[in-house]
Design a protein around this ligand. Structure first.
Ligand code: IMP
Length: 430
């Protein structure tokens, strides 16, 4: 019915921002369905670089409507900062271009404080969260003590919610986490500062999306993070607090799953991960450093260096299955240029046994050793190439082997950060 979902297949940072931006040229609406400002998209349009954490990157295309769905958790101040920043640069001239779900939950200062204090308390066992309060906000949602956007923009309803919640939060902060209480007045002041400005965007986005889909509009559902960070299907507990897989595109925006007809998984030509947790193909050597430097592997949200490693097909097969991928968009192939040999992990070895599926048990995963297939690299700079057939023979082979082993077509290859540094291997949009 006109829905296409884009998800990350690894541990996030696969280059979704660029691909979503590119696909946006062919769609009418872009909707985010999970996560919050833990995500970060760096977009390079012409000479200009824009980093967005919350608002879909589609906002840079004036004719495209952008939706922040009910499954997203929203930090009101960050949201306003992004709105103001976009307006200052001449974007978002029409307020109707952005729609925020009245059912989306709000991240408040106590969520951020709890996130940070907990991480500090965990010490070496920390998850390595972004410290943006994402987990605590989702916890409140599930615990049915969260505050939704519709309540936040209404001063008296917001105050009533806080009166019921804040004493418990402060007791937990003081007694368990040994932190300082958050004052009611500071939260009310935050509401006064931001609610009026956010209110024009807040609406029932499920109803609006339904109307657009019925009218034949093409909707792009933009995932954040990646499948291995999914709270159910990722490397739990070293995951984020939402479902990052494609099925959540429906739940997180309030549309039926039958509105989705394509699911594209974004994968880097190698693997990266930020934060803690197992990473079987991690390279703690010169090659890892080369990937980090050549790939500019530093977080758009926290600036943290990303851990780098070889491409892992066990991780990708898991993503194909849990998302129902119909195609793969392969990014950053250019970063591999100059490496004489390339390795791809096809399975793991665990206590002498071959393991082909990602184990749920992390202690087992930590002991898994990658089984590699080696490929010849290429020395040429490929960043100017705009046609698959013009790639060096060894680069073509690298991509073709992936398709063969994964049994999912590579629909697009990206060879540089600019929009133009991309070529389609298969038509996605009619
Ligand atoms: P949280 O989402 O801030 O709770 O962090 C949980 C885990 O997800 C940490 O390992 C983060 O580094 C990771 N994470 C969250 N958002 C992103 C992202 O957009 N890209 C990559 N990793 C992320």
């Amino acid at each position: 019915m006109g829905g296409i979902v884009v998800v990350g297949t690894q541990w996030g940072d696969e280059g979704k921002g660029k691909i979503v931006d590119l696909f946006t040229e062919s769609v009418d609406v872009v909707a985010r369905f999970q996560g919050g400002n833990n995500a970060g998209h760096t977009l390079v349009v012409g000479e200009e670089q824009t980093v967005l954490h919350l608002i879909p990157s589609g906002i840079l295309h004036r004719r495209v409507k952008c939706v922040i769905g009910n499954g997203v958790v929203i930090d009101p101040e960050i949201c306003l900062e992004e709105i103001d920043g976009l307006k200052k640069r001449g974007y978002l001239k029409n307020n109707k271009q952005l729609l925020i779900s009245d059912r989306a939950h709000v991240i408040l200062p106590y969520h951020k404080l709890i996130d940070k204090l907990r991480e500090a308390k965990r010490g070496e066992k920390k998850i390595g969260t972004t410290g943006r309060g994402i987990g605590p906000a989702y916890e409140d949602k599930m615990c049915r003590v969260g505050i939704r956007m519709g309540d936040f923009i209404n001063a008296s309803r917001f105050k009533k919610c806080l009166e019921a919640i804040l004493p418990d939060k402060n007791e937990y902060i003081r007694k368990v986490l040994k932190g300082s209480s958050i004052k009611m007045e500071s939260l009310l002041a935050l509401q006064r500062r931001s609610a009026k400005k956010l209110a024009p965007y807040v609406t029932d986005t499920s109803v609006q999306l339904d109307q657009w889909l019925r009218r034949g509009k093409q909707v792009l559902f933009e995932g954040a993070q990646g499948t291995s960070l999914d709270v159910d299907h990722g490397t739990y507990p070293y995951v984020t607090s939402s479902n990052t897989v494609s099925a959540n595109a429906a739940t997180g925006t309030g549309v039926g799953p039958n509105t989705i007809d394509q699911i594209i998984g974004i994968s880097k030509a190698y693997t990266t991960r930020v934060g803690s947790g197992p990473f079987p193909t991690e390279l703690i050597d010169k090659i890892g450093q080369t990937l980090q430097t050549n790939g500019g592997e530093f977080g758009a949200t926290t600036g943290r260096p990303r851990r780098c490693g070889w491409l892992d097909l066990v991780v990708l097969r898991h993503a194909i299955r849990t998302n129902g991928l119909t195609g793969i968009a392969l990014t950053k192939l250019d970063v591999l240029s100059g490496l004489p040999k390339l390795k791809v992990c096809t399975a793991y070895r665990y206590r002498g046994q071959l393991v082909k599926e990602l184990p749920a048990d992390l202690t087992r995963l930590e002991q898994c050793r990658p089984v590699y297939t080696e490929y010849e690299g290429w020395t040429e700079d490929i960043s100017h190439i705009r046609d698959f057939d013009d790639l060096p023979k060894t680069a073509k082979k690298y991509v073709q082997q992936l398709e063969k082993q994964l049994e999912v077509p590579v629909v697009l290859v990206s060879v540089g950060p600019q929009r133009a540094a991309t070529f389609f291997c298969q038509q996605i949009f009619s």
